[in-house]
Design a protein around this ligand. Structure first.
Ligand SMILES: [Zn+2]
Length: 423
């Protein structure tokens, strides 16, 4: 299997035969209900985990929760800790609504502060960081590879976090001294304060996956500065850190007008309530993970039609798929996890068992779970089967009409009969 890698700007081959596959994906900053776009890296990481497990890899997936961040202080001055706790619960609830399970590890920044402080101390000791009045900054000029991930020349890197106390405009904060109005802080060798966003992720990923792991994921908007800085922090300490960097394309809400008309439907919670998890998951799968994804009424309607198409297959008798069908599906996923291609292959199948196996990867096996008919309808269908066996065809027709009036369609199959709801 191969995956596109941001660092080498080319395909990276995964170990063959399969071995350990440790994946870290940057999770949300918790200060509001997450948006349908914030769910993209979660969905792809959970799917990738299922596919890698299916093909024999021992997967460990960590998706963090950023519960210490400027955005939280700004959203709830004086009450940031409470907002972060509530928003963490909303995130867990909303992503659980996708029905894809939970990652193996869901570390929170607030639980990893000692590890973050230890890393900052090591960086200072090695000359990669310096303290100014209770703040600690990373010394970008010391790290020769800086800018490689985001494709910037080391001497031309964009300024980040403007602040006259830094040695260099490119430097970024590892630790920030407590400011008035910030209601949460931690003790450190540099006084009361809190970690910077980037060091949180270096510490959380290494705590759970080790100083070297296979894949680091996240949205394309995180390449610079977040991931460039994570990489600089960890590699400065001699840690190999992530081998492959996967960045998913951003979800687009169309023009400003549409953004407005969709209103608060764009939260994951409301999108799930409006379209249901199956349509929403199929919508995510119709785009290649590296490309932008357009969230519009049309793309959602076409995902809903696709879901209905798969349900229809299960309402009809199963027919064996042609030889090599699964191999074609697997080849699409093994080639840079091409979900639209894999779904296009599965869309041709009428083989219930094979289709269910494919849909399981996406958490969509529920499309094959048809509702059960009530006992009185089942009884009518049994009587009809008896009538047919005894060649009483007028009675059989009469019973079929009764079944239809009750909202069901009876189909004769090898296994006696099948009842499917009338759509
Ligand atoms: Zn991160």
């Amino acid at each position: 299997m191969r995956l596109s890698d941001t660092l080498t700007r080319g395909p990276a081959e995964l170990p063959d035969p399969p071995g350990p596959m440790r994946i870290y994906s940057c999770g949300p900053t918790v200060y509001q209900r997450i948006h349908v776009g914030n769910a993209v890296p979660f969905v792809f990481a959970m799917w990738l985990r299922r596919w890698l497990q299916r093909t024999g890899y021992e997967v460990q997936l960590a998706i963090n929760i950023t519960d210490i961040n400027d955005k939280i202080y700004e959203a709830a001055p004086g009450a940031s800790a409470e907002l972060a706790r509530n928003a963490t619960e909303w995130y867990l609830e909303d992503t659980s609504g996708l029905g894809l399970g939970r990652p193996d590890f869901e570390p929170r920044a607030t639980e990893t502060v000692p590890e973050q402080i230890a890393m900052i101390e090591q960086l200072i000791e090695a000359g990669f960081a310096y303290e100014v009045d209770g703040d600690v900054y990373y010394r970008v000029s010391r790290f020769a590879e800086y800018g490689r991930l985001s494709g910037q020349r080391p001497d031309k890197v964009e300024e980040q976090e403007p602040n006259p106390r830094k040695e260099d405009a490119r430097d970024f904060a590892l630790w920030k001294a407590n400011k008035p109005g910030e209601d949460t802080w931690w003790d450190s060798p540099w006084g009361h304060g809190r970690p910077g966003w980037h060091i949180e992720c270096s510490a959380m990923s290494e705590k759970h996956l080790g100083i070297e792991f296979e894949v680091h994921g996240g949205g394309l908007d995180l390449v610079f500065p977040h991931h460039e800085n994570e990489l600089a922090q960890s590699r400065a300490l001699g840690h190999r850190f992530a081998k492959i960097w996967m960045h998913n394309g951003m979800l687009r809400l169309g023009d400003a007008e549409m953004h407005k008309s969709l209103g608060n439907v764009v939260t994951l919670q409301n999108a799930l309530a409006t379209w249901g998890r199956e349509t929403l998951l199929l919508f995510y799968a119709t785009g290649h993970w590296r490309k932008p994804l357009d969230f519009t009424d049309e793309t959602l309607a076409s995902a809903a039609a696709r879901a209905e198409g798969f349900r229809d297959v299960f309402r009809s008798p199963s027919q064996p798929a042609p030889e090599g069908s699964w191999e074609r599906f697997a080849a699409a996923l093994d080639d840079d996890f091409n979900t639209p291609e894999a779904l296009a292959v599965a869309h041709e199948w009428r083989d219930h068992a094979l289709l269910r196996r494919a849909l399981e990867i996406f958490g969509l096996e529920s499309l094959g779970e048809l509702p059960e008919a009530p006992p009185e309808v089942v009884e009518l269908a049994r009587e009809r089967a008896r009538a047919r066996a005894e060649r009483r065809f007028d009675d059989a027709d009469e019973l079929r009409r009764g079944i239809e009036q009750a909202g069901w369609i009876v189909r004769d199959s090898d296994a006696e009969f099948q009842l499917v709801p009338r759509s």
